[in-house]
Ligand binder design. Sequence first.
Ligand code: AQP
Length: 348
Amino acid sequence: VNILKKKSYYYIINKKRKCINMKRVLTGLQPSGELTLGSLIGSISQMVKYQEEYESFMFVPDMHAITVKQDPKLLKERIIKNVALYIACGLDPSKNTIYIQSENLYHANLSWVLECHTYIGEASRMTQFKDKSKKQENVTVGLFTYPILMASDILLYDADYVPVGIDQKQHVELARNIADRFNKMYGDTFKLPEPLIPEVGAKIMDLSDPTKKMSKSDATGKGVIYLLDDEKTIRKKIMSAVTDSDNKVIYDPINKPGISNLLTIYSSLKKIDAKKAEEHFKDYNYGNLKKEVADTVVETLLDIQNKYNEIINSDKLNEILDNGREITEKIAKEKTYEVFKKVGFGRY
Ligand code: AQP
């Protein structure tokens, strides 16, 4: 953290990276619950890798979080916690522009224009909406239009790449379609983004039901490892992971989802491929496999938690976020004005 001496430092670094024409990568994790091992493997770790080769934008999509009911006090706390966790997981503020979505009013403004260029039919095909709406009683319009706000988040910044888990690929494709339609109607305006899907860890599954994704807003949290879980809880959840009865460690996500999920978690954290992990565990029984996976997860998360505890109490977080707001406001304003002008609004 000691490289973060002055606000202007981030600004210069970001400008430099932009000047050398790096491709831009952008992503965010909605603060709809505490960040999970799935968030780490499927998203944050990918960004940690990409920050070395791309100009990186990482934000907290707090406006997305209220598509389902939130406690305002908890939401506010979680936003700051998540920024601290991003950094604790390895995101370097000198290589990333880190910002909070709601602090930049252009996201919602552009989203409205994009909604008016999205067809009900294509929005209705979003499988995440179908899945999430089934789990709720009073489904909001916001949950339905969520992917269009996500398109705005991406298109505002001309992102080249959007790292996502497999379940969000469809949303990036929607953003591409909207951008392409807009460009054809009004002339070149938006870059067409591409999803970046990790080879391993694109979908970490719930430990108590390995047929469903590990999600931060899961009702019970029994099969979910949260990044700030203590060691005892982590071990307990992994040792109780649902597997099968044949006691053979084989990577086969269709027929052995529980064992395959444990192998995916292990291989992602160890940065090896799943087949190599399978080979490593070939003579293990399930109990020993779980124990070694638990050791690996504990080691990773305790290290993150130590860094998190340092960062959450530092006064640098506000500085990092002010800097992110300053940079992104300029870019977003320019793009929104261009769009407003093209569609014939006011006196733009
Ligand atoms: N379990 C997961 N495995 C792999 N990737 C995952 N991602 C989330 N969970 C997993 C990826 O993280 C990115 C940010 O997603 P998000 O947090 O904004 O929204 P989400 O996909 O809806 O994640 P959750 O945890 O399931 O949140 P809730 O419970 O609020 O809906 C995405 O690229 C996602 O794929």
